[in-house]
Design a protein around this ligand. Structure first.
Ligand code: GAR
Length: 196
């Protein structure tokens, strides 16, 4: 029996390693989702190259060409209309989205954040974790709500802070867990989606 796969639009701003982890997961025949679009706000995002190579549709909406968040988001929304999308998956998308946009996708947009939310919302999470002398950090996949990094948690992975860790070494170890967490979170979304 063919799976009715969730259609994902992955939003990136740079490297796109989480997007790549999701692309890998999507190759599994039993994985309940497919990526129908990769959208970037930066024309030079490395992830765009990998998406194109894999034959995935890409859209670039360069935020620098817009005078406000609202006009940028209106263009994003317009581009999305050409696709059938069940969920927006923010994967290193480094633009804050306004409540106006978030509300249009409430319950259908998720994000990955490199900390154990609700701790360490915002940027520079690993440096702040180290400065506070924490023994543990991790990553969180959560629904996106208008308040930044605050929506319902879908999956968390814990990562120990090791002696001698730097923000970079910690980021790398957390990133490995992000690549496990995001596919797992999408599987959970699919499970709840079916019952919705
Ligand atoms: C990831 O560590 C992700 O958690 C973080 O940016 C990185 C993107 O890496 N996201 C945020 O900080 C969101 N506020 P990637 O482009 O290789 O997936």
């Amino acid at each position: 029996m063919g799976l009715n796969k969730l259609k994902l639009a992955v939003f990136i701003s740079g490297r796109g390693s989480n997007m790549l982890a999701l692309m890998e997961a999507c190759k599994r025949p039993d994985f309940p989702a497919e990526i129908v679009l990769v959208l970037s706000n930066r024309p030079d995002a490395k992830g765009l190259v990998s998406a194109k190579e894999a034959g995935i549709a890409t859209e670039i909406v360069d935020h620098k060409g817009f005078s406000s968040r609202e006009t940028f988001e209106a263009e994003v929304q317009k581009r999305l209309q050409a696709y059938t999308i069940d969920y927006i998956v923010l994967a290193g998308f480094m633009r804050v989205l306004t409540a106006g946009f978030v509300d249009q996708w409430l319950g259908r947009m998720v994000n990955i954040h490199p900390s154990l939310l609700p701790d360490y919302k915002g940027t520079d999470t690993h440096a702040r974790v180290l400065a506070d002398g924490k023994r543990e950090t991790g990553c969180t996949v959560h629904y996106v709500v208008p308040d930044i990094d605050s929506g319902e948690i879908i999956v968390q992975k814990r990562v120990p802070v090791l002696e001698g860790d730097t923000p970079d070494s910690l980021a790398a170890r957390v990133l490995e867990q992000e690549h496990v967490a995001y596919p797992e979170a999408i599987e959970r979304l699919a499970a709840t989606h079916k019952n919705a």
